[in-house]
Write a protein that binds this ligand. Sequence first.
Ligand SMILES: O=C(O)C(=O)C[C@]1(C(=O)O)C=C[C@@H](O)C=C1
Length: 373
Amino acid sequence: MSSNNPNLQLATKTKILNGGPLPTVIAGPCSAESEEQMLQTARELKKDHRVSVFRAGIWKPRTRPGMFEGIGTVGLEWLNTVKQETGLLTTCEVANANHVEESLKYGVDILWIGARTTVNPFSVQEIADALRGVDIPVMVKNPVNPDIQLWVGALERLNQAGITDLGLIHRGFSTPNNKPYRNHPKWETIKQIKALLPGVPLLCDPSHVAGRRDLLQTVSQQALHLGVDGLMIETHNNPDVAWSDASQQVTPAGLDTLLTSLDLDTEHVASPEQLQELRNLIDKLDTDLINVLFLRSDVSKRIGEYKKANKLDIFQADRWNQMVENRMRVASETGLEESFVRAIFDAIHQHSMGVQNEILATNTTKSKAESLS
Ligand SMILES: O=C(O)C(=O)C[C@]1(C(=O)O)C=C[C@@H](O)C=C1
């Protein structure tokens, strides 16, 4: 493989990808919780021939102390049992030299470095040093901040320590406004890294980009359209009771539906099953839109009551101009056409003022009626 980067010497064959024409799928729980949870999930995933690697978080970097920080080494024993029983390759995240040693002891096939570790060159160097002389594939998630050089630098450190089977995982970036995502996909940055390192397998982790199940399909599809080589999707036998990231995990059956809904070949016309899945998704998204519009209208009514009580004008030009400016900025970050978003917000604003006018009129009529009685 050639990387386009003279600083990287890459293996001629990668173990990260399945080697076939379809994207590689890595699936498994956010965190290892019990042997039963790992085996139940893995047995289901094994039935799906699109899944080639089983993932599980053993040590979890958490923002605040006191949250579940991973089951630790015993999880590696379960990961090894999964490997022996199902034949799936296994992968877990490592954040320091001790994690590397433990993972190697238990025969983990592929390691990955998480976003919060990639940001720190000292940590990456510690991992690289612990891997010196070891032949194992390592995938590197993007740093939390959108700094491509930091990402490339992590690969270079590993490569200088002799790791030649390298991969990239896009898990989204922390930006001032990530909405509606958990981490902003910043697809432009992904195009850049792909152009910079064309020979390095690039996977997307839609679970961390989306942060919620209902966005997984859209994010996965966008990633595939950009030409990623694979997807890493958090999958749990009972996601609602998961000890970490419950809202973004899917069941193995949910993963099956998701993968079936994806147009894996952009040249190819979607199948009738895919069309049905896409229509189901549109139905769900439209219902969400209506519910959000209802909530917004309710808030507008409460503002209307306030305006009535304080004799304020319903149309607030300064506030509205600021809102338009903000909404247009958010729209341009998503890639939606500004004219489309503007037209929708004009309609929403008109409706909102109508709702407030009704409040004014209702109260006025009432007070007139009251004064007549
Ligand atoms: O901010 C207010 O004052 C509102 O009533 C909300 C709202 C809106 O629905 O967006 C409605 C009318 C104003 O012209 C500006 C904004």
